[in-house]
Design a protein around this ligand. Structure first.
Ligand code: PRX
Length: 672
């Protein structure tokens, strides 16, 4: 009830913020928005002209051409066709050439207090060029895939920029993925180069990344007899000494030894606007991860523009996004967006709770962070520890806060606003996806009132539509499926090696629209509030996880005969995973077996996908045609036993009673 009341709160833009903001009113936004939709060639053309293009796009044609309607032909999206540029050049060289080389690009803070590094734009350019030269020396050329599996050391964004400089397509794999997942991603795009790291220290634990790399490469060899030609390992002596790192002579190379002697100047590969920039694998409703592909020109313009306006970025700001470059947020709002704007940003390798729950606020005080962008899960877990860790640090430098990755509940929003931002800082709740490349629905912080939990209005160039069950666009206040009409510059162009799957996943349910997979509500004032995924995807702590993938990882354990996983509401993580497992005949259910099954998920995907709860299920509720009724399982997981609905059409309705009884028993026990 309290939560519901709080959701009605409207938070006005503070006058002091509005006065200096880039976009100062809804009217100013509406005018720009109208142009962005009605005349994209002028709107995006003016913005894109602020970047360096080796050759301008063909201005005799519309700036964008696309087909979202599979009945008319194949899905296609093109922006700035005929233009040649390079995103690394615009993110680094342009600033150095225009006299901003001494500006700080990266304020790196390591896992341990006291580990720190300051890199100017000139420093980052030099390091990027050295690595670019090294990659070229190893034969890497335009269009080649380079897989990057690294923690948040500065060399991670540098590696991405080095690839972009020479036209290689980077595929960053989050450091929390297992050997199995890494191998799958290397094999899918046949990446001939792997850039990785000896180890990483996260909190007080050291994780031996190189051991995971070794296992992944062994799997690549076993599965498809494939081995990357280059395996360059960054020596992270802070985490583990070199002497402790397993080494395959002839295959493994130490980054620092190899790259040091390379020249600090490297020519730029001029890329056609629609040449690929990167791949990023993400989960879909089916088991196999999808290699979402973004291209150079449109992504560059969209990343930079969303960064500028959503974060109201102005010279002098210190930006901090706590994401990892292994996810899209780190791509767009660490590696590319801030650098394209010549911003100064904090890059943090560690975790929020180490060495104490004050770490983030200490960093904000230390670097005088003015714009802070993080995930609701982290906010909820820090909120749970009380205000004292926050308020003992000076946060007067903060002027804007942001959230991303999952819905933020009103209570956490209000805490973030009142305690972290001292009631002074607007919050931008930004909705977007790996596929959208950049922020899509968001407040512009100086322009309109905020509503806790609502992402509010579309960014420039984005036309959201809310479809009903039949695929009919709805007017005015409504609830339904969030889709996007028309192309925006930052959108994905295809799934690597599988354009058919791209068309099927996003453009087939309702031809003519990009289907986001999210549900939403729209109010009379146009504000959009996201209501969660409408497909078999869960969002655990902002990590997007496919139910299909979790189930196939569970059944990889020899004792699992059948499984069904569902999402349930989790106070801290937003959503958790609840798995029902039917064991193979004759196997006894034990706590040890639960741990083993969880370990199978850790091995197949990574720790972040391990189910919170495993419940033994003698059988699963199925229709007579064999379809698992997940709707019923979701209700059982949520203890909503009175809302199970009609179970008479099930092949064996008694299964439900058994599951409910076990769940009731477990719930009683855990409450004792
Ligand atoms: O369900 C939405 C949720 O995260 C999904 C996209 O996940 P991913 O591709 O991993 O990208 C996350 C970072 C951009 C969306 O389909 N999501 C993301 N942001 C929000 C959100 N749900 C509610 N509110 C948000 N602000």
């Amino acid at each position: 009830m309290a939560e519901e009341r709080e959701q009605k709160v409207i938070v006005p833009v503070p006058e002091a913020f509005r006065a200096q903001a880039l976009i100062k009113s809804r009217q100013q936004y509406e005018e720009m928005y109208k142009q962005s939709i009605e005349d994209p060639s002028t709107f995006w053309g003016n913005i894109a002209s602020q970047f360096y293009w080796k050759r301008k796009w063909d201005t005799s044609k519309p700036i964008c051409s696309y087909n979202f309607d599979i009945r008319q032909g194949p899905v296609s999206i093109e922006w700035f066709k005929g233009g040649y540029t390079n995103i690394c050049y615009n993110a680094l060289d342009k600033h150095v050439n225009e006299g901003r080389g001494d500006n700080v690009a990266i304020l790196w803070e390591g896992n341990q207090v006291g580990q720190e590094l300051r890199l100017t734009y000139r420093d980052v350019l030099k390091k990027t060029c050295q690595l670019a030269n090294y990659l070229r020396k190893r034969g890497v050329k335009k269009g080649d895939r380079v897989c990057i599996y690294m923690p948040m050391v500065p060399e991670l964004p540098i590696a991405m920029l080095a690839c972009a400089r020479i036209g290689a397509i980077h595929s960053v794999v989050f450091g929390g993925f297992s050997a199995e997942s890494l191998a799958g991603r290397i094999l899918d795009c046949k990446s001939d180069v792997l850039l990785s790291c000896s180890a990483v220290q996260r909190g007080n634990k050291a994780l031996n990344l190189k051991a995971i790399v070794d296992e992944a490469l062994m799997l690549c060899k076993q599965k498809e007899n494939f081995t990357p030609g280059t395996c360059l390992i960054y020596d992270n002596a802070n985490a583990v000494p070199r002497s402790k790192v397993n080494w395959v002579a002839g295959r493994d190379l130490w980054w620092q030894d190899e790259v040091r002697s390379c020249s600090t100047e490297a020519p730029v590969e001029w890329m056609e606007a629609e040449d690929p920039l990167f791949l990023l694998y993400t989960s879909g409703s089916t088991g196999k991860p999808k290699g979402v592909l973004h291209t150079v020109g449109g992504y560059m313009v969209y990343a930079a523009t969303t960064f500028k306006y959503v974060f109201d970025y102005q010279p002098g700001d210190v930006f901090w996004c706590t994401a990892d470059c292994g996810w899209i947020t780190g791509h767009t709002y660490i590696c590319y967006g801030p650098m394209l704007n010549g911003a100064t940003q904090v890059v943090f390798e560690g975790v929020p709770m180490y060495p104490s729950p004050s770490r983030w606020w200490e960093i904000i005080e230390k670097y005088k962070v003015s714009i802070f962008y993080t995930a609701p899960t982290a906010i909820r877990s820090l909120e749970a520890l009380g205000d004292k860790h926050v308020i003992k640090h000076d946060r007067s430098s903060l002027r804007l806060l942001g959230t991303v990755g999952e819905a933020i509940n009103a209570k956490a929003w209000l805490w973030y606003h009142r305690v972290v931002g001292e009631g002074r800082c607007p919050i931008v709740d930004t909705w977007w996806q790996t596929e959208t490349g950049g922020i899509m629905i968001t407040p512009l912080p100086g322009a309109w009132c905020l509503k806790p939990g609502s992402a509010t209005l579309p960014f420039f160039g984005v036309e959201p539509v809310v479809l009903d069950q039949e695929g009919k666009p709805q007017d005015g206040p409504c609830a339904g499926y969030l889709c996007i009409k028309g192309a925006w510059p930052g959108m994905a162009r295809t799934l690597y090696g599988d354009h058919q799957r791209f068309a099927e996943t996003y453009f087939t349910t309702w031809p003519g629209y990009y289907v986001t997979g999210d549900g939403c509500q729209r109010e009379a004032n146009g504000y959009i509030t996201l209501t969660g995924r409408v497909d078999d995807v869960v969002n655990v702590s902002g990590h997007r996880i496919s139910i299909g993938e979790v189930e196939s990882a569970l059944t990889s354990h020899k004792s699992c005969a059948e499984t069904a996983a569902v999402a349930f509401d989790h106070d801290v993580k937003g959503q958790g995973i609840y798995a029902f497992v039917t064991l193979v005949e004759g196997v006894s259910p034990t706590e040890k077996l639960k741990d083993e099954i969880k370990a199978a998920v850790r091995r197949e995907i990574g720790s972040f996908a391990v189910p919170d709860v495993i419940q033994w299920a003698p059988g699963l509720p199925k229709t007579r045609s064999g379809k698992i009724m997940r709707r019923i399982l979701r209700k059982i997981a949520a203890n909503q036993f009175n809302e199970l609905g009609d179970t008479s059409s099930l092949a064996d309705p008694a299964v439900v009673d058994q599951l409910v009884e076990t769940k009731r028993g477990n719930t009683r026990i855990s409450k004792l």
